[in-house]
Design a protein around this ligand. Sequence first.
Ligand code: FES
Length: 106
Amino acid sequence: MPNLTYIEANGNVHSVQANEGTNLMEIAVANLIPGILGDCGGSCSCATCHTYVDPSWVASVPAATDEELEILEGALDVRENSRLACQVVMSSALDGLVVRIPHRQF
Ligand code: FES
């Protein structure tokens, strides 16, 4: 099972085992990771699953769709490495992925 690490804005680190085929929002919610809300249930419409992909992983994560980029425009503190966690699906290729959680979602 691939490993995935979430880092909260306050520096708290959460490393979890992640099922392939599950998105990063679902994994965070299932593991009670603070700061990823997933209010829309993963339908790419709320931006409460905003995360920052670690720069060393940006090239490995499949690119965002136009729909994701449009919703991200409504998120706070958006950066070049911003992604919606519900739109990134865990795979063996992402084993070791690190994402950071913004200090606020809205
Ligand atoms: S959970 Fe709503 S956009 Fe990701």
